[in-house]
Ligand binder design. Structure first.
Ligand code: NAP
Length: 255
């Protein structure tokens, strides 16, 4: 499949979960190369590191860069790695953390950690990628927000604030770069089966209660988000920018 022929993608947090799903779908849909930029090389859910899996099972090239998105130099190193393949044309700001919290107990350190990874990491990632894309042929920036970036939730206010900020960053950058050949969009996943915040299994009763609220009747899988990202990265989305693509099995549609 050649939808992403000629594309070189950087995926932050690409070793595990949704980022791994995005990286793999990019490779399956014909990207030339994927740079997996993460603080860990092996996936949390066990298995072969994403870049090795891509090299073994697809025609795409891939590499791993040890990258903490709170460190500008690490993100620049990920861009440099993409240069080895011809330069970044798709930037996916996916790395993120989530934890439930009681607002009244959130410390400054807790707040800053979530904001630094979820919002500032994407901000700097977009800045460095846009610089390179302006020097090249433009590109597509995809920010992995959340349904929490559209609706408030008192059980994770800092996370919601970070994802709401990411939504507005997306719209602002779409406006800034639209005339210069860079599209910027957000994906808002619903409940996706990953190990974010701990074990993916969780409480079976809670899982059952959740899936009953989802019109499609199941949790999402990382590849569900991966295929949405393929669309936004490809020419199929050439007139799509500043958009929020909700991928939640219909959860938000009847709120
Ligand atoms: P995940 O399974 O925890 O995977 C995230 C990956 O990012 C992990 O490999 C993680 O490493 C890495 N990472 C954490 N901090 C990083 C940093 N500072 N720099 C670089 N990499 C870092 O999470 P996920 O569920 O795939 O979530 C991916 C994105 O989707 C996040 O932005 C999340 O907010 C968003 N999202 C997820 C869901 C969901 O239901 N899963 C729903 C809506 C939105 P460590 O594990 O070692 O920390």
């Amino acid at each position: 499949m050649t939808l992403l022929d000629g594309r070189v993608a950087v995926v932050t947090g690409g070793s595990s979960g949704i980022g791994r799903g995005i990286a793999r779908e990019f490779a399956d849909y014909g990207a030339d190369a994927v740079v997996v930029a993460d603080i860990r090389e092996g996936p949390k859910e066990d298995g072969t590191p994403t870049h090795e899996l891509i090299r073994a099972e697809t025609d795409a090239d891939a590499t791993f860069v040890d990258c903490d998105v709170t460190d500008r130099a690490d993100l620049a190193a990920a861009m440099d790695a993409a240069d080895e393949f011809g330069g970044v044309s798709v930037m996916v700001n996916n790395a993120g953390i989530w934890q439930p919290e009681e607002f009244l107990d959130v410390s400054d350190d807790d707040y800053e950690r979530t904001m630094d990874i979820n919002l500032k990491g994407a901000y700097v990632g977009a800045q460095l990628a846009a610089e390179r894309m302006l020097d090249g042929d433009g590109g597509s920036i995809i920010n992995i927000s959340s349904i929490a970036g559209l609706f408030g939730n008192g059980n994770w206010p800092t996370y919601s604030a970070s994802k709401g900020g990411l939504t507005m960053l997306t719209y602002s950058l779409a406006h800034r770069f639209g005339s210069e050949g860079i599209r910027v969009n957000a994906i808002h996943p619903g409940g996706i089966e990953t190990m974010i915040g701990g074990d993916s299994g969780g409480d079976p009763d809670q899982a059952e209660a959740f899936t009953q609220q989802v019109p499609l009747g199941r949790y999402g899988q990382p590849e569900d988000i991966g295929r949405a990202a393929v669309f936004l990265a490809s020419d199929l989305a050439s007139y799509v920018t500043g958009e929020s693509l909700v991928v939640d099995g219909g959860w938000t549609s009847w709120r």
